[in-house]
Design a protein. Structure first.
Length: 75
């Protein structure tokens, strides 16, 4: 199974980061590569992501939420 993993430092509180990454309807405001996400944010459930990478056609993919710890972890 493909895995997309990234990490970087963010100058914001864990609460603010959590609010941003879990506000699916606001992704188009700040993430041009993932302009749409939908689905339940619950462990074991699938969410749908639309990927728009430069020079490639848009792609709809599914991801399963494996871990969920508010203000700390989302995989």
């Amino acid at each position: 199974m493909p895995v997309y993993k990234t990490s970087f430092e963010i100058n914001a509180s864990p609460r603010r980061v959590w609010e941003t990454v879990t506000s699916f309807d606001r992704y188009p405001e700040w993430n041009p590569q993932i302009p749409a996400i939908s689905g339940p944010l619950e462990v074991g459930k699938k969410i749908r992501l639309r990927l728009t990478l430069p020079g490639r056609p848009a792609l709809d993919v599914w991801a399963r939420v494996e871990q969920l710890e508010p203000d700390a972890l989302l995989t």
